[in-house]
Design a protein around this ligand. Structure first.
Ligand code: GUN
Length: 293
């Protein structure tokens, strides 16, 4: 049985550092980092995540405001709101929860966010800097994955990494971060031929395709490191809610072969919010020209 990569421990350490630095900022500079989250429509998962982000900000000593807008909000209204938030000095981070309702153009909305306030790392500017390997506000889930690997002293340089999933939020950016750390990266996706063969070459396997337990134990190379980004609901009538949450990896069989593996829940998911907290603090520092001490 491989060792568990415990997102609870690592995210707690990240959040403790953030809370300490937030207290210092308040004391020395009288500044409180502030995150604005924009939530459009009634998607229950989005509502849950945004609430969690706001609560975590508050635990860190930061401020968070949630702008809730109805499903029928027009593109123009949201564009105006982004422009207004860009111009406000007391708004340090802007987060537009995705997905937006179908009638909206996500691309055009995200494009408008001031890169200095882009705590999700989703704008063209942030993606460009990430591609170039420059310091920037990095997308939270990919940077959370790197933090987990580093915490467990798992070497990345020279390793064969296989990323399953090519989303803009996880698959593509984590492939860049792994390349910047000198891994050799193979990208796989829903149309990949012989996924099992390719996955089995991985020293580090990142599963981020959003399909419940699609990666089986026999896809896993003995002794490899398995990072499961999936959060999938599967029916389970033994549970009160009628479902349980599983990852993209079949944990019970994969954990027999992996040297390290992230659980779902309790792995990567917790890191996403912790890294968002870090980004909000970083954005606030950049805007106020305050170096990290
Ligand atoms: N939807 C799913 N993941 C994310 C995320 O990390 N940020 C935002 N804004 N929306 C999401």
């Amino acid at each position: 049985m491989g060792e568990l990569i415990d997102g609870k421990i690592v995210s707690k350490a990240v959040k403790e550092d953030v809370a300490k630095e937030v207290a210092e900022l308040a004391e020395k500079h009288r500044i409180i980092p502030t995150l604005y989250a924009v939530l459009v429509g009634n998607d229950p998962a989005s509502q849950f995540y945004v609430k969690k982000k706001k609560k975590t900000c508050e635990k860190m000593g930061m401020e968070s405001v949630v702008h809730e807008l109805p499903e029928s909000t027009t593109q123009e209204t949201l564009e105006k709101l982004i422009a207004e938030l860009n111009s406000k000095k007391d708004v340090n981070g802007i987060l537009v929860q995705l997905p937006l309702p179908k009638h909206m153009d996500e691309y055009e909305i995200i494009k408008l966010i001031d890169p200095m306030k882009d705590v999700d790392g989703f704008t063209h500017h942030s993606i460009g800097d990430l591609y170039l390997g420059r310091d920037c506000l990095q997308p939270c889930t990919p940077s959370g994955i790197i933090r987990l690997l580093d915490h467990y002293n798992i070497p990345i340089e020279g390793k064969d990494a296989v990323v399953i999933g090519r989303s803009n939020i996880v698959g593509r950016p984590i492939s860049l971060l792994l390349q910047h750390r000198n891994a050799t990266v193979t990208m796989c996706h829903s149309r990949t031929n012989d996924l099992q063969y390719k996955a089995a070459q991985a020293d580090i396997l990142v599963a981020a395709i959003g399909r419940a337990e699609i990666v089986k134990g026999d896809y896993i190379k003995e002794g490899s490191v398995v990072i499961d980004v999936g959060i999938n609901r599967v029916e389970d009538h033994t549970k009160d809610k009628g479902y349980r949450i599983v990852g993209d990896v079949e944990f019970s069989t994969a954990s027999e072969r992996a040297s390290y593996i992230t659980p779902v829940p309790g792995g990567v998911g917790l890191m996403t919010i912790a890294c968002l907290m870090e980004n909000t603090l970083k954005a606030c520092r950049m805007q106020n020209n305050i170096q990290q001490t």
